[in-house]
Design a protein around this ligand. Structure first.
Ligand SMILES: [Zn+2]
Length: 78
């Protein structure tokens, strides 16, 4: 029996990815915006380094204006 193709799935949430340069090898490491001081991990040189956290209010503002990602896939969203 042939399975019915699955309709493309819409997002139900979003996060902001920031790029942090690894201080050891300069690799640009993508990290979901941390709102607390935390450690980043470089997958190229396998070392950890401390991150300057993102401002939680700014992150929440972006999630709000993009309706948790729904506005990004819908150009008619206002
Ligand atoms: Zn590195």
């Amino acid at each position: 029996m042939k399975e019915k193709p699955i309709d493309p799935v819409k997002p139900v949430g979003m996060d902001i990815i920031l790029y942090y340069p690894c201080p050891f090898c300069k690799n640009k490491v993508p990290i979901i915006a941390p709102v607390q001081p935390s450690l980043g991990y470089c997958d190229r040189c396998h070392r950890e380094f401390p991150l300057v956290p993102a401002d939680e209010k700014s992150i929440n503002f972006l999630k709000l204006i993009f309706d948790d990602g729904r506005a990004i896939i819908d150009s008619t969203f206002i």
